[in-house]
Structures are given as structure tokens and as C-alpha cells.
Design a protein around this ligand. Sequence first.
Ligand code: SAM
Length: 216
Amino acid sequence: MEDSYRHRGMRKALVRIIKEKGIASPAVLAAIGKVARHHFFDNALVEHAYQDKAFPIGEGQTISQPYTVAFQTEKLEIQSGDKVLEVGTGSGYQATILMELGADVYTIEFNKPLYERTKKFLPKMGYTPKFFYGDGSKGLAAHAPYDKIIVTAGAPTVPTELIKQLNIGGILIIPVGDEKKQKMVKITKQSDKKIKKEAFDYFSFVPLLGEQGWKK
Ligand code: SAM
């Protein structure tokens, strides 16, 4: 897989754009600058890889916009060694960014062909998170608790099971709203009984399906 001078140049420009949009964490910007996003695209579509936009990856799903990936990642305040659950593996791009920050990533995908495809592809890029197939709207209880949980699909409400599966001091970042747009919500679990909830800008994600998501 080629990563040429030109690709690296386009990536640098993308990092500048994301920084201008408000991402300040040097570690997050470095991770975006490091991962070869064009490897997630067909050769004919490489020009799209370094634009700050979401892109279809088949199965009616998308690789999230780089700014969105950076925004969610920054809000998670990843420390090296954090055990992180990602709900919605998709292309695997978000998982690679988390791994660049030193996270131990558990990622779950509900779309079987996408799960199979990404599980095969990501190790070829040198990234081996722990892959799971299933309904991540209920989290992944078998491996809980987690230091951080990131949901990369739009939820109608915050699934209580996800808060349960967080360590004390843990952070959940999840887009919550209707099927068109969602507010980014950050939940910090301060104790078993107390959470702190913060809401940020609107984003637009594909829907979170499953028991705690949208019923289809
Ligand atoms: N994180 C991905 C990336 O880096 O490419 C982007 C994910 S895409 C915007 C949302 C993903 O969530 C889709 O692949 C979709 O199949 C998946 N999804 C939807 N509902 C889910 C659920 N209940 N459990 C796990 N994955 C789910």
C-alpha cells in the first residue's frame, strides 16, 4: 500500500483544515496526520480521501468525516493504555486513530459483510483491534468495563447499558437526536449514581440500529 509524498502533503493540508475548525489536541492532530486515509478508498476515489467529508463505504454506510472523528476522539481524552469500546466499526478508520493514541480498542459492528471486510482489511494496514460482530447498542458486556466508549452512529437516546459498562471516571461520547441530525453528547461517569452530561454541536450520522437504537 503506497503512501507517497503527495498523499502525505494532502494529509498535512487536511490536518490544517481540522485545526482551523477547532481541534486543538496535538496528539489527535498527529494521529490524523499519520493514518493513510486513502487506503480506505478505492484507487479511483483517492482524491476524496483527504477532503473533510464523510464518504460511502458500501452497505449503505459511511466512513465518518475526519473533523467528526477528530472531534469525538478529542472529547474522549484518550490516555495511552485506555480500554476503549467503539460501537460501529464501519471502515475501521476511527479505530486506527484511537490506536495511534495508544488505546486498547474493542470494536463492534452490526453489519455482517462490513464486519467481515474490515476485520480482514485493517490488519493489512498494521492495525489489529479486537473485532466483534453484534448489536453494540447494548455495549459489549462480556469485556466490560471500559475506560472510554465511542458511538459512531446516531442514537435516539443514550443507552443506559453503555453507562453501566463504563469505569468510574470513564467517558462516553455519543451522537443523540433524530435520524437527520444529532447533538454530540459527552457523559462522564463520576460515580455509580452520578453522571455529568455535556452537549456540543450538531452532527449527522447514519442511525444506530438495534435494541437500544432505531428499530428497523
Ligand atoms: N467508525 C466508522 C469509521 O471509522 O468508518 C464509521 C461508522 S458509520 C458512520 C456507523 C456504523 O455503525 C455503520 O457501519 C453501522 O453498520 C454501524 N452500526 C449501526 N448500528 C449498530 C449497532 N447497533 N451496533 C454496532 N454497529 C452499528
